[in-house]
Design a binder for this molecule. Structure first.
Ligand SMILES: O=C(O)CCC(=O)C(=O)O
Ligand SMILES: [Fe+2]
Length: 332
């Protein structure tokens, strides 16, 4: 695909803004043109905005309000839902629990992890598989639970569509990732970043510099800013300012493995200098736990070897969680 054919709209920070409106019913030509834009963004910064995604604004608003109410609960109530009680990586994560940047102080953020609800009798729960289990909800959470479930469902469908566009961008059939998309591992993470402390520890941040672990991340952020994306061409951090009604999409490490680094998972971090509470909601789409991620046929140059050995989604995700929690989690 020729770079000059791509019709690029960009934010002033240089990140592309891709309007995917009508993608669900788009013609093959329209899909190819969207795929070109996405492919260009993936080879460049690995981060882009999407608009026209079709996720209901009132659902987003409701969930945002639920997140704020949740983080306003007492520490005792939040700690009742401590993620340590879960073997499925669900529940509350207190401030300074995760260290996303090796060598930096733990992240100055708290979170609530929510996934698809699986009962104790589900065979994957019985088998102790990664991320399979029940959520931990605060009291009287029926509306919250309903909204989160609906959001996870809609975001999963959106992520599947983006995987089709990614496949097309890599000159693969549209349904190339259908096995990966089957029964996927997903995680909705609600995050609250208090204002950056007045006297932070050296190198302390809301979220240390890291790449995401899985397939795609679709991030909803409030209007306070603070997310920074590493621009490897210019050796500089770019401020990924919020754009109302958009999601930021970025690629996780599994996509680097698939594409032999043709597409990169990009370093990013959060420093909340707004002086206000910042809320964000990354949705992580990591695919079927049994899927084996190995170098794609269209990404291996002649006479070269894959840089990464094949690995299952589940093994890769477990490895990454172990690295960033160093004993602070009870993930099986
Ligand atoms: O809060 C954000 O804007 C980013 C969060 C993030 O990068 C993550 O949770 O992996
Ligand atoms: Fe991230």
């Amino acid at each position: 695909m020729k770079e000059q054919e791509v019709n690029k709209e960009k934010h002033e920070n240089g990140l592309p803004i891709i309007n995917i409106e009508g993608y669900a019913t788009a013609t093959p030509e329209k899909l190819l043109s969207l795929a070109k834009e996405i492919g260009h963004a993936c080879r460049d910064k690995g981060f882009f905005y999407i608009t026209g995604h079709g996720i209901d604004a009132s659902l987003i608003k409701q969930l945002t309000e639920e997140a704020k109410s949740f983080f306003n609960l007492s520490d005792a109530e939040k700690m009742r839902l401590d993620k340590k009680h879960s073997t499925a990586n669900r529940g509350y994560e207190p401030i300074r629990n995760q260290t996303l940047e090796a060598g930096a102080p733990p992240d100055f953020k708290e979170g609530l992890y929510i996934g698809i609800e699986h009962g104790d009798d589900h065979p994957m729960v019985k088998a102790g598989r990664f991320n399979y289990g029940q959520n931990q909800w605060p009291k009287n959470a029926q509306y919250f639970q309903k909204a989160a479930t609906q959001y996870i469902h809609e975001m999963t469908e959106l992520a599947k569509s983006l995987m089709s566009l990614l496949a097309l961008s890599l000159e693969l059939p549209k349904d190339y990732f259908s096995e990966f998309n089957h029964d996927p591992t997903t995680l909705l993470r609600m995050l609250h970043y208090p204002p950056q402390p007045k006297n932070p520890l050296p190198n302390e941040k809301g979220c240390g510099a890291h790449t995401d672990f899985g397939g795609l991340t679709l991030l909803l952020q409030d209007d306070n800013g603070g997310l920074q994306v590493w621009d490897r061409k210019n050796d500089a951090w770019i401020e990924a300012q919020p754009i109302e009604g958009s999601f930021i999409v970025n690629l996780g490490d599994m996509i680097s493995r698939w594409t032999n680094d043709k597409y990169n998972s990009t370093l990013h971090r959060v420093i909340n200098t707004s002086g206000k509470a910042r809320y964000s909601m990354p949705f992580f789409y990591s695919g079927n736990p049994d899927h084996i991620v190995s170098c794609l046929p269209t990404c291996l140059e002649p006479n070269s070897a894959p840089k990464y050995p094949p690995i299952s989604v589940e093994s890769h995700m477990r490895d990454m969680y172990k690295k960033t929690y160093s004993g602070n989690n009870n993930e099986k």
